[in-house]
Design a protein around this ligand. Sequence first.
Ligand SMILES: [Zn+2]
Length: 144
Amino acid sequence: MTTSPGKPKFISKPITFSLEISTRKLSEFWKGLENGKVYASKCRKCGSLSFPPVADCSTCLSSEPEWMEIEGEGEIETFTHIMIRPKNFAESPPYTVAVAKMKEGVKILAWVTNPEYSKLKTGAKVRLVTEKSETGATYAFTLH
Ligand SMILES: [Zn+2]
């Protein structure tokens, strides 16, 4: 227990908790990746697009998303090179991630598989592609 002058307070022991988050409503997204497609969610009520897809619309709270395939054409808005990698990627060489605005209007954050430094700049055209690895399917950008 700690106290400070004028403001008595009690600090509890650390509390841990976990949430069970259902991914059932988003399973189409993962199935799509396995089949080489990337989907955003589109709210059937207000039309908001979301990526990553969401089960519940952040605009109108409706819980009826439909799936919209991202065709793959986008333009880099920003990017960065990751030199100091998180533990999970400590064995990987430094890598590049970018945020691109896709033709459909959503913005996507993804790794850039071929970061040729002479081509990498804001406004550069990218293509969103799916990839399969030991841990499952994912998506990434390739520079045009
Ligand atoms: Zn909505």
